[in-house]
Write a protein that binds this ligand. Structure first.
Ligand SMILES: [Zn+2]
Length: 154
């Protein structure tokens, strides 16, 4: 078990602390700030919460944050959690977010995404059998993250 240093909430985590710069796609200044803010939180957050964190860095408007979040999602660094309208930073580039399943802790907001092509295929085939053709999907599973839950340990 590794013990991670506790960072105060509301501070950006430099990307290099989490993911080697060499493994990142090129990021604009705004994308970098938003990604670092999400990494610093270590949990899912709403865009307005990120905006509050980034005001001191000169980010003034929600659309700036939304734009950066959607660009980061397209680059595979941020997952949009549709059910809670939040975003979570991924710690490595995830190129198959459309074929992934996200587990979300209802208590602390911790979210983990994993690729699951098989499950998605089963769901698509079930939809077809029922006469539906799938247009888009978000597989999100509400969980409790267990012994290491930040909501219980803090
Ligand atoms: Zn939890």
């Amino acid at each position: 078990m590794t013990i991670e240093p506790v960072r105060p909430e509301g501070r950006r985590t430099p990307i290099g602390d989490t993911i080697p710069e060499s493994k990142l796609p090129p990021l604009t200044g705004n994308q970098r700030m938003v990604y670092e803010a999400l990494l610093g939180l270590g949990r899912a957050a709403k865009a307005y919460e990120l905006l509050d964190m980034l005001r001191a860095d000169g980010v003034k408007a929600a659309p700036t944050v939304y734009r950066a979040l959607h660009e980061l999602r397209d680059k595979g660094l941020v997952q949009h959690i549709v059910s809670s309208r939040t975003f979570v930073a991924l710690k490595e580039v995830e190129n198959n977010l459309e074929e992934s399943v996200t587990f979300i802790c209802e208590d602390c907001g911790e979210a983990r995404t994993m690729e699951s092509k098989q499950l998605i295929n089963v769901l698509k085939s079930q939809a077809r059998k029922s006469g539906f053709s799938v247009k888009s999907y978000h597989v999100e599973i509400a969980t409790s993250c267990g012994g290491e839950c930040k909501a219980r340990t803090s």
